[in-house]
Design a protein around this ligand. Structure first.
Ligand code: 3HC
Ligand code: NAI
Length: 704
């Protein structure tokens, strides 16, 4: 490739004795085929020009190189492969300096490791995050990094995928120096000139001696192998350890081939497809029609109404983002409780040594709590989290309507109530939006942004901006009973109850779903959340329930005994002395037997596979309905909701991505089969039927 052909993505200019090579491939200089070819051409140009005594590699814009081009994964690979590019750089007879600003991640760091010298400016992020995508470094990361830093450090960096600061990278020997200022190219050129003046040699990383102490390296590998054995289900972490083992056991070139073969194996795996899907899906879900069309309103001060479980958690999330919070509660006692709920979170961090009292005091200086709505006069955005009752919410909204300044954004954290009705009860429905946080709100990443009929676009855009500030993963939803997540949950939870009454024990169901990849099964989740909440909802809805629909009463029998889960030391499981991990309870099994008899059910055996198939079919089918009705914009929004709010295994991408991998025709066939026993519950979604008829999948709708 000549300079002209590659000029759009890799260009080079000679600055006296130094060839400055700039990678310019927006948005993040990913190593697309043109960049790879351009880098080889640049190295050829450096070799051919006698006036060039050293080469500097630099990224245009904010980043060095963010890694391989993730969009190329799964497509036919085009030459030159990245390992070849890295080999070409390392083989240069003229010193090569990588000058790093911003991200040098994955293949980006591997390019830098192939250079002979490395300099970074403040703010640079260096790392090998491939495991987060179901991969391992595929261009020498597992061979060169341990040679530079030793196996223990390299394994920690690769297995955690964490980003190193320039200082940490320098301390570990990953880079040679940290430069002042914000101009990486200038720092690189200055460094290159120093090297030329000092007659510094080329210094291939492949020759570095970090693995010379074989016993130390082996000990680190053995320890890492024990750790990854606990990561059930994931392939790539154990391949990382295998590849570092190869770095110790094999000569460099053979180690590179071993690494490559593991990389290609992982590249081909459904786990890689699931994790890459999750990566793009969460970036896509953060955009909405409103964020494209409207600018967010400015917000600097936030009000939170209610200091219970959610109000306190939301307050902490907002405080942690650096904003001031005014909390409103019903009376002085509730104000004190609300404040205590907030303080408890920080005290917990102090107890774990993750915060000191001074920092807590500094954060709480931004927090105030009051019974008077008048303290909200100057807030820009309010989040309501009071009892889940329409009357109470409307009372609160009337007060907000009275005191808030014009243009203040009003969010409600309601789980199920009709937000159109709440918004319609005040004089400014255009300012009202659903902000559905998940518990614990300061930790859980998901934020469903629920868009009522009359809301103005800039209010929705403000909600997305809030998510960004709070480092939440936003998903746009429309108003319906339960929005995206809880609506789908209600259906697959019912499928689990049916299986329990039909013969599977809750313990078998939980175990089958843990093995699928959920951190907990549905009955463990009930015990954690508290059975009383669902019980209260069921009692409230009893009058409107379809009398012909199947209703499993086991949960009611358990709740009637006051067994609400962990907080009462028994629910589906026993939690003696406040244990966090439950034990199966023979009395619960007896209750289930009695209920089966009362319902006239002859119990049958379920295989773990059937449990997963039924649970997933229910989830996927309702997910399809949610997309069909426009509650979720695309299938990927359902996926992001479940990965970030419901413990769905990220490496499976989400329920809709999983359905595509299984095959929609198979999922539909399952549903039709199950419908033979209960056609009221198992109704194929029209969207699923039409996709199968057209031979399409959910992914085709993500592109639309
Ligand atoms: N390939 C292709 N596109 C990428 C990309 C990559 N490696 N990294 C980011 N992008 C895209 C994003 O999809 C997004 O596109 P959009 O604007 O169309 O939505 C855009 O770049 C900006 O990304 P972010 O919104 O994430 O921007 P931030 O500034 O918040 O973050 C970042 C920048 C830190 C670089 C972050 O994007 C990131 O962590 N990227 C992934 C890095 C990574 O995992 N690299 C390893 C890849 S695997 C590899 O290198 C294999 C090798 O060993 C052979
Ligand atoms: P909670 O019962 O723990 O807290 C509610 C708080 O609101 C109480 O402290 C109460 O004193 C206060 N309150 C009641 N009326 C008030 C009024 N008129 N003015 C000021 N404060 C008032 O309830 P929780 O769990 O925090 O739920 C709050 C809201 O969040 C509900 O709408 C719920 O559906 C929703 N939600 C709950 C989740 C959970 O897991 N608990 C998850 C997501 C949403």
């Amino acid at each position: 490739m000549t300079q002209t052909e590659s000029a759009d993505v890799v260009r080079w200019t000679r600055q006296d004795r130094v060839l400055l090579v700039t990678i310019d491939y927006p948005p993040v200089n990913a190593l697309n085929v043109k960049v790879r070819a351009g880098l080889i051409a640049a190295m050829d140009a450096a070799a051919a020009d006698d006036a060039v005594k050293a080469v500097v590699l630099v990224g245009q814009g904010a980043n060095f190189i963010a890694g391989a081009d993730i969009r190329e994964f799964g497509k036919t690979p085009l030459p030159p492969p990245l390992p070849e590019v890295c080999a070409r750089i390392e083989a240069s007879t003229k010193p090569v300096v990588a000058a790093i600003a911003g991200a040098a991640l994955g293949g980006g760091l591997e390019v830098a490791l192939s250079a002979h010298y490395r300099v970074a400016i403040e703010g640079a992020k260096l790392g090998l995050p491939e495991v987060a995508l179901g991969l391992l470094p595929g261009s020498g990361g597992t061979q060169r990094l341990p040679r530079l830093t030793g196996a223990e450090f390299a394994l920690d960096v690769i297995l955690s995928g964490r980003h190193l600061t320039p200082k940490a990278a320098q301390a570990a020997g990953v880079i040679d120096r940290v430069a002042d200022g914000s101009d990486a190219a200038a720092a690189g050129v200055a460094y290159a000139n120093e090297l030329i003046d000092a007659n510094a040699p080329v210094r291939p990383t492949r020759d570095a001696q970090g693995l010379a102490d074989k016993a130390a390296a082996q000990a680190a590998i053995d320890a890492a192998r024990q750790k990854v054995a606990k990561l059930r289900g994931l392939i790539s972490p154990s391949r990382v350890v295998d590849a570092v083992q190869a770095a110790v056991d094999q000569p460099f070139d053979e180690g590179m081939r071993t690494e490559r073969s593991f990389f290609l194996e992982c590249l081909d795996s459904p786990q890689r497809a699931g994790l890459v899907h999750a990566f793009f899906a969460e970036r896509e879900s953060a955009k909405s029609p409103e964020t494209r069309e409207a600018k967010p309103r400015a917000f600097e001060k936030v009000g939170v109404i209610g200091g219970g479980t959610m109000g306190a958690g939301i307050s902490v999330a907002v405080l942690d983002a650096g904003l001031p919070v005014v909390m409103i509660e019903r009376d002085d006692e509730a104000v004190a409780r609300g404040r205590a709920n907030v303080e408890k979170v920080y005290d917990g961090l102090i107890a774990k040594g993750r915060m000191d009292a001074e920092r807590k005091a500094a954060i709480l200086a931004r927090f105030s709590a009051s019974t008077s709505y008048d303290s909200l006069k100057d807030v820009d955005l309010v989040i309501e989290a009071v009892f889940e009752e329409m009357g109470v919410k409307k009372g609160v909204f009337a007060e907000l309507d009275r005191v808030l300044k014009p243009g203040a954004v009003i969010g409600t954290n309601t789980s199920y109530l009709d937000i159109d009705e709440i918004a319609g009860s005040i004089s400014r429905p255009e300012d009202v939006v659903g902000l559905h946080f998940f518990s614990p709100a300061n930790i859980m990443k998901l934020l469903e942004i629920v868009v009522p009929a009359k809301v103005s676009k800039d209010v929705v855009a403000t909600a997305f901006e809030l998510a960004k500030k709070l480092r939440k993963v936003p998903v746009r939803a429309k108003v319906c009973d339960g929005f995206i997540g809880n609506r789908i949950l209600a259906v697959y939870r019912q499928a689990a109850d049916y299986m329990m009454e039909d013969g599977a024990s809750p313990y078998q169901i939980d175990k089958a779903l843990r093995e699928f990849g959920f951190p907990m099964g549905p009955f463990q989740v009930s015990d954690l959340a508290g059975g009383d909440i669902g019980w209260a909802t069921r009692k409230r809805r009893a009058a409107t329930r379809d009398p012909n629909a199947r209703y499993v009463q086991i949960a009611d029998r358990i709740c009637e005994r006051g067994w609400f889960g962990q907080k009462t030391q028994r629910g589906y499981y026993l939690y003696p002395q406040g244990a966090r991990v439950g034990q199966p309870d023979p009395e619960v099994e007896a209750i289930i037997d009695a209920e089966r008899e009362r319902a006239g059910v002859t119990p049958r055996a379920f295989s773990d596979d059937e449990i997963v198939r039924r649970y997933m079919a229910a989830m996927i089918n309702e997910g399809a309905n949610v997309v069909h009705e426009g509650i979720a914009l695309r299938p990927l929004d359902v996926d992001v909701t479940f990965v970030h709010g419901y413990g769905f295994p990220r490496w499976r991408g989400g329920p809709m991505q999983y359905a595509d991998q299984v095959g929609l025709d198979k999922v539909l066939a399952d549903i039709r089969e199950f419908a033979k026993e209960d056609s009221r519950f198992w109704k194929p979604s029209p969207l699923l039927e039409s996709l199968v008829a057209k031979g399409e999948n959910f992914a085709s709708l993500n592109k639309a």
